[in-house]
Each structure stands twice: as structure tokens, then as C-alpha cells.
Design a protein around this ligand. Structure first.
Ligand SMILES: [Zn+2]
Length: 86
């Protein structure tokens, strides 16, 4: 269920439809077709149908996170040389 995304130009408040693929390529930057303001669309994403705020992180398909190797050796107990003279 991919709902249409839109973004709002901070300069003239025009709402534009945006395509996630496009934003990924441009790293989120778009140019307003009305006032030519260049702004980061990913910071003002809205759902075109509901007008609800959308997070860019939620829009992007999650890349599979490789399991971090968690098998490092435990820190060795440093044997303190207790060479203190009595
Ligand atoms: Zn604008």
C-alpha cells in the first residue's frame, strides 16, 4: 500500500507530489516549480491523501541490516602487577 507522497515548499507553501525514487536520487532536494526555491523535500513530507506528516525514514524501504558481529572477545582481565613494596 504505497500512498502518494507530497511535500510543501517552505517559501510559497505550494504542495507538490513527489516520488520516493526521485528523492533518493537527489538526496531529498527538490526545486519548487512555482517559485524555484530549492528545499529538502524529505523534511516536509506529507501524505497526499491524508495530509499527515510522513517520515522519510518510514518511506524508504528498509535495507536489510546485516547482523552485527557481536562475538568479540571479552576484554581480558588485566592482571595488575601488584609490585607494591610493603
Ligand atoms: Zn515555492
Amino acid at each position: 500500500m504505497a500512498s502518494a507522497l507530497a511535500t510543501r515548499c517552505p517559501a510559497c507553501s505550494t504542495v507538490f507530489r513527489v516520488v520516493p525514487d526521485q528523492l533518493r536520487v537527489s538526496e531529498g532536494w527538490v526545486r519548487c516549480g512555482r517559485c524555484t526555491e530549492v528545499f529538502k523535500a524529505t523534511e516536509s513530507l506529507v501524505d497526499l491523501e491524508t495530509g499527515a506528516r510522513r517520515d522519510w525514514a518510514d518511506v524508504l524501504p528498509r535495507s536489510p541490516t546485516p547482523g552485527l558481529p557481536n562475538a568479540g572477545p571479552p576484554p581480558a582481565d588485566a592482571q595488575a602487577e601488584a609490585g607494591a613494596p610493603a
